[in-house]
Design a binder for this molecule. Structure first.
Ligand code: SF4
Ligand code: FES
Length: 343
């Protein structure tokens, strides 16, 4: 099927969603996703962060769709035309969605362990407005320990349901979920029953905000002070492919490896995540690739930044003019580098 997104046309398989098609083009065109999580079936359709404008429904019926549609759960039709980054209404609505998600979310990034890898932080930085219009009190909840490894800060939850789908699909008996409805809705377990399944730790990785955090890592370091390394081990429960987060020589956290959309590639077991915290437990593969724009890469690559070398400086000064008859009177006079720099 042919689909055009932001004036870029591509062909996709039937059943592809607008989000998936946009991701094939690249991160500049892909809509933001706060609840959709490709590795987990059924996710999406909750946060409205990914709304786009369909200006032509299909080749057969080219009428525009009357309202913005969630791109993560809307399938592409042949001949569909979609606008995302080039549509004013979409961008304006996204500001409202950020404002809505922040209605009850505390602005506690300075003390939140998710800071630096929080999707809501990225979303509000890229699409939010700098001021708030709300004066009402936020919903507040006491932090809860969900077993020995996971801390729930319900104040920060945006009810994306990712952790519910993760527990449903990765563990045998889900013991937590969204209780109540409307503005009373909250993530909870019955009588705070511990989540002690082998794969329960994955809810930490899928949570886009700091609502579910690793109790063995909390407050140990800001993420941008730690160094991530890919490593693997021979594990009989999971693939054993992980990212180790180092502070100095100490492994302070173990997580699943994530793709460019921040989604876990292979879910890992609790033994790998919480109990293998020594370098000797792992075979180190090398530094994890981190997107250059991410705050996680801050201060890590200074030694690799190369000063422009002599040949580049020389080339800039001694370029050859193209042999044509255009007026070049505005060009600077050619100069040579002093011989002391010709090394
Ligand atoms: S706890 Fe996290 S993953 Fe679960 S619904 Fe809330 S924001 Fe989503
Ligand atoms: S990512 Fe599409 S509605 Fe949340």
């Amino acid at each position: 099927m042919k689909v055009t997104i932001d004036n870029i046309t591509l062909e996709v398989e039937p059943g592809t969603t607008i989000m998936q098609a946009a991701r094939m083009i690249g991160p500049e065109i892909a809509p933001p996703a706060m609840c959709y999580y490709e590795p987990l079936k059924g996710t999406g359709g909750k946060c409205r962060g990914c709304l786009v404008k369909v200006t032509a429904g299909s080749e057969k019926d080219p009428r525009p769709m009357p309202k913005l549609v969630p791109s993560c759960i809307t399938s592409v039709q042949d001949g569909m035309i979609v606008e995302n980054t080039i549509n004013e209404q979409v961008l304006e609505t996204r500001k409202g969605i950020v404002e809505f998600l922040l209605l009850n979310h505390p602005l506690d990034c300075p003390v939140c362990d998710q800071a630096g890898e929080c999707h809501l932080q990225d979303f509000s930085f890229e699409h939010g407005v700098s001021a708030t219009r709300t004066v009402e009190d936020r919903n507040t909840f006491d932090p809860v320990d969900l077993g020995p490894y996971i801390k729930l800060n319900m104040n920060r939850c945006i009810l994306c349901y990712r952790c519910v789908y993760a527990a449903d699909q990765l563990t045998e008996g889900r013991v937590h979920g969204v209780m109540h409805r409307g503005d009373h809705a909250e993530i909870s377990t019955y009588i705070e029953k511990a989540i002690d399944n082998d794969f329960s730790g994955n809810v930490i990785d899928v949570c886009p905000v700091g609502a579910l955090t690793d109790r063995t890592y909390r407050f140990k370091s800001r993420v941008w002070f730690s160094k991530p390394e890919d490593a693997h081990c021979d594990c009989d429960k999971c693939s054993g492919n992980v990212t180790l987060w180092y502070r100095g020589d100490e492994v302070i956290r173990v997580t699943g490896r994530k793709n460019e959309w921040g989604e876990v590639k292979e879910f890992i077991c609790n033994t790998c995540r919480f109990e293998r915290k020594k370098t000797s437990d792992w075979v180190i593969e090398g530094p994890t690739k981190i997107a250059r724009h991410s705050v996680i890469s801050a201060n890590k690559y200074g030694a690799n930044l190369i000063q422009p070398s002599f040949p580049i400086k020389q080339a800039a000064l001694e370029y050859k003019l193209i042999d044509d008859d255009r007026d070049r009177s505005f060009l600077p006079a050619r100069k040579s580098l002093p011989s002391s720099e010709k090394k």
